[in-house]
Each structure stands twice: as C-alpha cells, then as structure tokens.
Write a protein that binds this ligand. Structure first.
Ligand code: ZN
Length: 750
C-alpha cells in the first residue's frame, strides 16, 4: 500500500460541515498509520489544517494531526493561524505536537529562517512573522506568556549597518524580505504585550525602545511612518503604565529610579537636601518623552518640589507673586549676604527652595541687563571721551563683574554635569559664545592700555606712543583693536538679552510663544537656504547684464545689485534702476529678469515662508499644553540641582561652604581612617539599596499586572459589545475566512 496520501477533494467539505466521521474515513485513521504527504499537494493540506483551526473545529484538527504527518513548516503556519484567531488551547496543542516532532529540543530560531525560503507562497503571513511576533502585534497576553515560557523569544535585530555574515546574506538573498522581517520584528518588540511580559522594567524598556525607533526612522526613511507609529505606541505605553500608579509611595519609587543602580547612587549627590533625584523623569526629558513628563502625576511631583515648603505659593494670586518677585529683586544683595554668612539659617534654607532660587537668579540677570543699559547711557553722556583714546576703562566695565560671575557659574556647571551633558543643551553654546565675546572685547581694551603704557616708556618709539594715546578716530587703522572691541561689545550686548528666553517657560503663554518662535527660526533656516540659492542666481544674472554698461548708475556692481535686489523683497526700491533707454535689448532682458525675480521672491517664496511659519505655529498651538509643560519641567529640573544657589556675581566670593569642602577633601586624602569609615558607610548604603531595588521591582510588577488586567477587561468589554452588535451576522462571519478565492478554487479543484 502506498503510504503517501493523496489529497481527497471531499476533505474541505467535511471540515466545513464539522463531520468528523467522514473525515476519519477519508484519512483512514482507523489503522493507526500516520501517512506521508505528497510534496505537490502541500498547499492543499495546509489550507485544510488552517481551515479547521480557523473554524474552531478542534476535533477536525485532531483527526488531521493524527492521520497525516505534517512537517515543521506546515505546523508553523497552523500555529500562526491559531495565534491569529486567538485560540490559546489550540496553540498549546500545536506546540506540544512540535515538541514531539523534534524531541524536546525544538529549535525556536528556525522560525526566523523563513527569509531563505524562495518559493512563491500563498501564505497570508508576511516573511519573518513568528507565532510570538504575531501574538505580540495582536497584544494576546495569554499566548505571549505561553510562548515565552516555552522558550520562544524575539531576537533583537542587528544594527542597520551591521556587516555580519547573517545580515550580509539576508540582504543579498532578498532585500525586501530582509527589511520586512526587520520591521515585523520591531512590531513585535514594541508591542505592549511583549514589553510588559518579558522585561524587568517595562517602562524603561519602552523609553529606550522609543528612542531607538526614533533613530531608526531617520536611518531607514523608507519605513519612517511605520517606525514613528511604533515609537508613538511605546510612548503611550509608558504613559499608561504611569497612570496605573495608585499612591504617592508608588509614584516616588517609580520616578526616582532609572534602573541603573550605580548611576542612581552617583546622581544622588548632585541634588539638594530633601529633593529626590527624579532620575526617571530626567531620563524621560533626555529621551524626549513629552507625554510622560507632561502627565499630571509627573507634573504634580515636579510642582510640589518646585515650591518646597512654601505650600501657599502655588495657590496664591499673580499680584502677590509679582510683589514677592519685586521684593527679591530689590533686596537681592542683602539676601545673598545672609546666605553667605549663614547658609543653614532659616533664610538660607528658604533661598534654597527652587522657586526662590529661580527668582534670585532671574533678579541677578535683570540687574546685569540694567547695568548694560546704564553703561550705554554713560557712554552717550561722555561721548567725546569714548570717541577718543581717553576713555576710562572703569567707566564701562562694571558688567565685567557679572561676566566673571557667569564664567565661574559655567565652570561649576561643567564640573557638576560633565562636559558631555553640558554641551547637549544648545543654550550653553550661546552662553559660551557670549562670554568669550565679552572677554575678548575686554581684553582688547586692556591690551590698548598696556600697549600705550609700554610704548610710552620706550623713548625710541614715540610714534607708537602717540598713536595709542593721542590720535583721533579718523587716523586709526581699520583693524584697530579699539574698533574691534567696540563692535564686539555692541553685538554681545544684544545677544545678552536673548538669554532672558531662559526665564520665559515659567509662564504659560509666554513659554508657548517662545517655543513657537524657536520652531519658526528653525523653519527660517531651511527657507534661507533656498532663498540664498535663488537670490545668488538672480544676482549673477542681473549683474552680468549690466556689467558692460558703465552708464548704468546703480547696477553692474555686486554690492549695488545685491542691495537693490534685497530691498526689492520689501518693496522699498525704485524699480526704474533697471531702465537703460539707449540699449533696448539689454534693457529688455534686464527688465524680464527683474520681473521674474520679483514674482518668484515676493509671490512664491515669501508666501511659502508665511505658510511654513503658520503651519509650525499651529502645530505647537495644538499641542501647547504638553509642549509648555515639557519646557517648564526642563527649567524646573535645572533648579533642583545642588549648589549654584548663590546668584551671579556673588558666586565669585569664596563661601565658607567651599572652604569646608576643600577641608574635607584634604582630610580625605591625608586620613586613611576615612577610607574604612566610608567603606562601612557604602556597605550600609548597599543594603538599603537592595531593599529599595526589590520594592521597586514589586511596584513595577504591580503596575504591569494592573495594566494587563485592565487591557483584558477592555478586550472582553469590546468583545461583548461586538457580539451584541453582530450576533445575527455571526454565522456568516465564520465563513468569511481570509482565504483568497484563488486558493479556495485550488483546493476544491474548481
Ligand atoms: Zn548582523
């Protein structure tokens, strides 16, 4: 008897009717022989098995499995169907069957080998889809946990640029399948079910995954929308997990641990007494998790720390807040004196509260700007002095006290934060630039003074002495240090005002406006690039038309032409400049070019700019609340750090606290006893850390559990509602299996 089984055409009908007896008879299961399949009828057998699973006909499936020997790939596909239709029991049975088939050593990795399969396949599942990734994509928590317990896992995809043998082969063999399997794998990894079941700290995994997906969307722009939607999913998941917190202690535990215990420990020192380290919030800020940071739970914690003991501050009226701010502005020097003498006193402690610290620093900055304005007015009053070499360096250098303070402040900031995270903030670049320009301007002026002094000492060099002491401005060289210093100072004093933008996020509408302006400047940059190309093209063209005609008074020189074209954008030039009645042809071409230029610039480009700006303004406005809260949280976090309490310029005065610090370091170096003492201290810390760690794990576990429960409830609710709606059409729906008509025709032999 031939052991290979021919595919009986009645089989499909028997499965569809649920007629198990007919099925047994067709497969001849009575004699207990498991029959081999014919290779050419592989697809039909697969569809028969899949159909029985899809219809929920478990007896039929059992009979099929008993009567016929299915191979690994066929069962794999059946498993996918079972996962797709969410039947945990069937999945379990098929998994057991696979175990039998391969002995207990089932090779889970072979699921992902589908990439090297070149046959034209009518399978409804994309390449690289494994039962686990499919279950993850559909958020089937039961099946995911069953599969992971069986040892299934999703191998992390290699880097985009990976050049290992596996990736190289995959790329060469089938690029499309390679990319699709990558994106499918990420779909699995980024799913809520996979994150919550497989990772120790689901929230943290969601953070880092969201960052990775964001990077991938830039590296692989072909799949940008897919990656971005997955990234959004991760962000939402983290936010929903946070929303599962039920009391303050859970919130505190979650927000104050970043998962990396060593870093938690070292970061602890950088914070003020009584202020938790909030490492998870800072991580969220770093990873740009705007929704997470703007979540009410997060915001509440931040605001309560911001106001510290001043519980009345949050509810008080704006007038009162302004009054307090004015008071701090006026009494700043005295407050600083008190803090300098007694940092641990009551006033000192109040000054350490972040909101007061913020007001103090803002007041100091305002004083700096007032000094700058005052210096400008003094210069105007003694204009004759400032125009000559006789200016007094002290009259216009009061602002250097602040600059020295800012410089010291930045140095301390680098010391506390580390160079890398210091330069992550773009504002710090501006600070560096402004400070170095102030220093350059000041040192140039000192240079002139010193040079005059030394040259006049030297009897032989009377010429140099006269140049640096008595000459009038008209006789100075173009590159005279004083001219450079003056220009530098003028530009820098303008830049100094931009730093006020640092304060604005504290206020809701001002902060939102500021974010919009930032985005608009970003748009402007891109616009400028296009404008530059088009502008240069027309500048060349129009200039070259007029170059040979020396009679043209305005055009024909780059400088003049540029000025003419620039002001055309704003409609403030005389358009008769292009006229040249003696030379008709050149005049005609000049007019045409100028006309096109006006059309392109004024109608197309300027309107495009306006559209771009409106668009980004609208985007920010739509999300104003989240954007503002995110910006404000960044501001808050910078004021939670320890140190830097004393505002500029008082921070240059060495404080008793700093002397203490130096003393401790010296004793630490000289005293060996300290080492053993600190060792004891460290082991103590470690013990409490272990306790904290286990508590943290418990909290995270509880959050995930609550999340899964609520997801399950929602799922059942939706199912119940769906059932109520479609009860009548249920019987039709079962037969609407996603099998295509083509395959159906194949099976039935029509
Ligand atoms: Zn690789």
């Amino acid at each position: 008897m031939n052991k290979k089984m021919k595919f009986p055409p009645e089989l499909i009908g028997a499965i569809r009717d649920g007629n198990t007896e007919l099925l047994s008879a067709l497969l001849k299961t009575g004699d207990g022989i498991i029959r081999q399949l014919d290779e050419s009828e592989d697809r039909q057998w697969r569809e028969a098995l899949n159909l029985s699973i899809r219809l929920g006909n478990e007896d039929g499936m059992d009979t099929l499995l008993q009567g016929v020997k299915f191979d690994f790939r066929q069962i794999h596909e059946a498993l996918l169907v079972a996962v797709d239709t969410n039947q945990p029991r069937v999945v379990k049975r098929l998994l057991d069957r696979l175990d039998q088939e391969k002995g207990n050593k089932m090779d889970v990795r072979s699921f992902s080998q589908a990439i090297f399969d070149h046959s034209i396949d009518n399978s409804q599942f994309a390449p690289g889809v494994t039962p686990l990734t499919l279950a993850c994509q559909k958020d089937l928590y039961d099946i995911v946990s069953m599969l992971t317990q069986k040892g299934h896992g999703i191998p992390w995809p290699h880097k985009m640029s990976c050049a290992c043998l596996e990736c190289r082969n995959g790329r060469q063999y089938d690029l499309l399948k390679f990319s699709l399997s990558r994106i499918n794998t990420y779909r699995g990894i980024a799913s809520r079910a996979y994150l919550s079941i497989t990772s120790d700290d689901a929230m943290l995994s969601a953070f880092s995954l969201s960052r990775e997906l964001c990077k991938l969307s830039q590296k692989e722009p072909e799949f940008k929308p897919e990656y971005l939607s997955l990234e959004q999913l991760c962000q939402e998941f983290a936010v929903e997990l946070l929303g599962m917190c039920r009391n303050q202690s859970e919130v505190t535990t979650i927000l104050n641990s970043s998962g990396d215990e060593n870093r938690d420990c070292s970061d602890e020192q950088a914070f003020e007494e009584g202020i938790p380290n909030l490492s998870r919030v800072r991580l969220a800020v770093k990873y740009n998790q705007k929704q997470f940071v703007a979540h009410p739970i997060c915001q509440q914690v931040l605001s309560s720390i911001w106001c510290g003991n001043l519980s009345g501050w949050r509810g008080s009226r704006t007038i009162w807040k302004l009054f307090v701010a004015l008071g701090i502005f006026l009494t700043m020097p005295f407050l600083c004196l008190i803090y300098w003498i007694a940092p641990k006193s009551k006033v000192g402690k109040i000054l350490k509260i972040p909101v007061i610290k913020f007001l103090l620093h803002s007041a100091s900055y305002l004083w700096f700007l007032i000094v700058l304005l005052g210096e400008s007015i003094t210069m105007e009053m003694y204009r004759d002095n400032f125009a000559s070499r006789e200016q007094n360096i002290l009259q216009s250098s009061l602002h250097m006290v602040w600059v020295a303070g800012f410089f010291w402040f930045e140095c301390k900031e680098v010391w506390i934060e580390g160079l890398r995270s210091y330069f992550l903030d773009w504002w710090n670049f501006l600070d560096m630039m402004v400070l170095s320009m102030y220093l350059a301007s000041f040192s140039l002026r000192v240079l002139i003074m010193l040079k005059a002094h030394f040259l006049c000492q030297d009897q032989n060099n009377t010429e140099g002495c006269v140049y640096f002491t008595q000459t009038v401005r008209d006789d100075w060289h173009q590159e005279d240090p004083q001219l450079v210093a003056e220009v530098l100072f003028a530009v820098t004093s303008m830049f100094s005002f931009t730093r006020l933008a640092y304060i604005l996020p504290a206020h809701e509408s001002l902060g939102t406006l500021q974010i919009s302006i930032g985005k608009m400047i970003d748009d402007m940059m891109r616009f400028m690039f296009i404008l530059m190309i088009i502008g240069t093209a027309f500048l060349c063209g129009i200039n070259n038309v007029y170059v040979p005609y020396v009679i043209s008074p305005q055009l024909g020189r780059f400088n003049e032409t540029f000025r003419f074209l620039f002001w055309t954008m704003f409609g403030v030039v005389n358009e008769n400049y292009v006229d040249m009645p003696q030379f008709v042809f050149a005049e005609f071409i000049g007019r045409v070019l100028y006309g096109i230029y006006t059309l392109v610039i004024v109608i197309v480009l300027l309107n495009m700019l306006i559209a771009m700006i409106t668009n980004s303004f609208q985007k920010i406005e739509d999300d104003a609340d989240v954007e503002w809260k995110f910006a404000r949280s960044k501001l808050y976090l910078t004021y939670f750090r320890e140190g830097l309490t004393m505002p500029v310029p008082f921070n240059i005065i060495p404080s008793p606290k700093m002397c203490d610090c130096v003393k401790t370091i010296i004793t630490a170096v000289s005293d060996t006893k300290y080492a053993s003492c600190s060792l004891y201290y460290l082991s103590n810390i470690k013990q409490t850390d272990d306790n904290q760690l286990s508590y943290r794990r418990q909290v995270i576990g509880a959050l995930v559990q609550r999340y899964i429960e609520s997801a399950r409830r929602e799922f059942e609710e939706a199912k119940r509602k769906g059932n109520a709606d479609t009860d009548t059409t249920q019987s039709d729906k079962i037969f609407q299996c996603p099998m295509s008509k083509q395959t159906f025709a194949n099976i039935t032999g029509l």
